[in-house]
Design a binder for this molecule. Structure first.
Ligand code: ATP
Length: 500
């Protein structure tokens, strides 16, 4: 009887688990999944290109060598990027691939015999085509509540318990990486838990805008409206991007009204409160304030430790990462929860390379760049508060005096200004919060260092030249459209020019 790809891979992994160091296994092999197998070759998918290359060079031969004993015949192991997984957020590195989508959607009559979980998967898999998938980890269970987010968390739970009532719309705002999307999707998961056939539409504002423009062009606005309005829960990320888009705002206003008047729940996120979104029509501002406006803030130290412990527990890393290391990370990484998560990923990868135990010293080494950029964010914030930004520009960005200007220094400066990190700029994450500063940083790199497109691409996580061209064009267009934005970019440029 021939084995499936998953079975073949399980057998090889079982051997690898016994022979490789625990951290190596967890970091590089656990996040993989078999894609196909034939008599001679098994193709194994990894979450990103780096881990495909790493596994290919370090582990492919070793795993192939297990085949004669584990399977009774030779099999060649080949690693490749699993395109589907590559599109997912970074933390998914540690979780198993989503379950297969089950057939068919809303049952009729007695068909409701499927288990809640299966039915819920089915609903997620059959969500309307306009909806982006929900992240299976963004549930209330996985969310750690503290002083910085307790109101937003309570309102989200309230909205999930009584959709369309008191907390409608629920508007969550705050800086990047602080759990707005997580909470909003938590509402969806909780509603699906209760009724697996709840129709969920989760979408980013940019996607809404793009689809609306496409609908106008193809004269299918009636269809567009119908699709958006046939939902029980509308989740919209990043509504600050509605600014200045008058026709889209008009359409959004009508979509909002239709869903609201039907007594269905709406949840929105933004990086600032409704009143502070420039160019947002007054009637939208007022509607966004009708229900509950809740802020998420930076977690304090104890909260950060609790979040890290929760992450470690969810990924079964409690024994791998000692508590004192989690506390060390919490002490130094303060800029966002996303950065806390990124620190764990980086630390694990580094420990695996070094084949060392995870200690505070190793963490300090592994997170050197991150700690420096955290320092830069803090220094910039202090400099902005105390007005020392212009007198000591390089230091305000955490850049030692006399540092040469390099792409990394530019990334540091832009990160500090936009409240993200250089790692985020180099990552493949495509949230607007990162794409905008990434485009700015690429543009500044081109302007100040006159690098080739391909060199810029490689300084930003290995992007190809057409992506770089697109980024440069976007940066130029945004500066042309928005005076305040241009001023912000110019401010960073002036600081960087003092380093040349
Ligand atoms: N309190 C928390 N408990 C557990 N995980 C959290 C918490 N806050 C944030 N996270 C995690 O941090 C990561 C970033 O959160 P999320 O994507 O929700 O941020 P966001 O505020 O929507 O950011 P952005 O504005 O950049 O989209 C997610 O992996 C999320 O699970």
């Amino acid at each position: 009887m021939s084995l499936s790809a998953a079975e073949v891979w399980d057998r090889l992994l079982a051997r690898a688990r016994q022979e490789l160091p625990e951290q190596t296994f967890r970091t590089w092999l656990e996040p993989t999944a078999a894609l196909s197998v034939d008599d001679r070759t098994i193709v194994v998918g990894t979450p990103d290109r780096f881990s495909a290359e790493w596994n290919e060079s370090k582990h492919a031969a070793l795993l192939s060598s297990y085949a004669p004993v584990a399977l009774g015949h030779p099999v060649h192991v080949v690693f490749t990027v699993d395109e589907e997984r590559e599109k997912k957020p970074q933390i998914d590195f540690f979780i198993a691939p989503p379950p297969p989508v089950l057939p068919e959607r809303r049952p009729t009559g007695g068909d409701r015999a499927t288990s809640t979980l299966d039915a819920r998967r089915s609903t997620l898999g059959n969500a309307p085509a306009i909806s982006a998938p929900l992240n299976p980890r963004y549930t209330f269970d996985h969310f750690v509540i503290g002083k910085s987010n307790d109101v937003a968390a309570a309102a989200s739970q309230g909205a999930a318990q009584a959709p369309g009532k008191v907390y409608n719309p629920l508007f969550i705002y705050g800086d990047t990486g602080l759990g707005k999307t997580h909470l909003m999707q938590g509402v969806a998961h909780a509603m699906l838990e209760r009724d697996p056939y709840t129709r969920i539409t989760y979408i980013g504002t940019e996607q809404f805008t793009n689809e609306f423009v496409a609908a106008i062009q193809s004269r299918t606005t009636a269809e567009f409206r119908r699709r958006y309005r046939e939902t029980d829960l509308l989740l919209v990320d990043d509504v600050q991007f509605l600014k200045g888009k008058e026709t889209t705002q008009e359409e959004f206003f009508h979509t909002f009204n239709a869903i609201y008047e039907a007594g269905r729940q709406i949840c929105l996120t933004s990086d600032r409160p409704p009143k502070e979104i420039p160019g947002l029509e007054a009637r939208l501002v007022s509607r966004f304030e009708w229900g509950m406006v809740a802020h998420v803030d930076l977690p304090e130290f104890e909260h950060r430790v609790a979040i890290l412990r929760k992450k470690a527990e969810l990924d079964h890393l409690e024994l791998t990462i000692p508590d004192e290391v989690l506390e060390f990370i919490a002490q130094h990484v303060k800029s966002s929860v996303r950065e806390l998560e990124g620190s764990i990923i980086k630390l694990l990868a580094y420990a695996s390379l070094k084949r060392g135990d995870i200690t505070v010293d190793l963490a300090r080494e592994a997170l050197r760049d991150k700690l420096r950029s955290e320092g830069a964010v803090e220094a910039l914030a202090v400099a902005a508060r105390t007005g020392t930004l212009v007198s000591a520009p390089g230091q305000a960005l955490g850049i030692p005096a006399g540092s040469p200007l390099t792409p990394f220094v530019i990334q540091q400066a832009v990160s500090a200004e936009w409240g993200v990190t250089p790692d985020g700029l180099q990552s493949k994450t495509r949230t607007k919060t990162l794409t905008v500063p990434r485009q700015v940083a690429m543009w500044l790199t081109r302007e100040l260092l006159a690098l080739q497109l391909v060199e810029i691409g490689s300084a930003f996580g290995g992007r190809d030249h057409s992506t770089v061209i697109h980024s440069l064009e976007r940066a130029v267009a945004m500066m042309a459209e928005d005076e305040a934005f241009r001023a912000r970019v110019e401010k960073v440029r002036r600081v960087l020019e003092t380093l040349r």
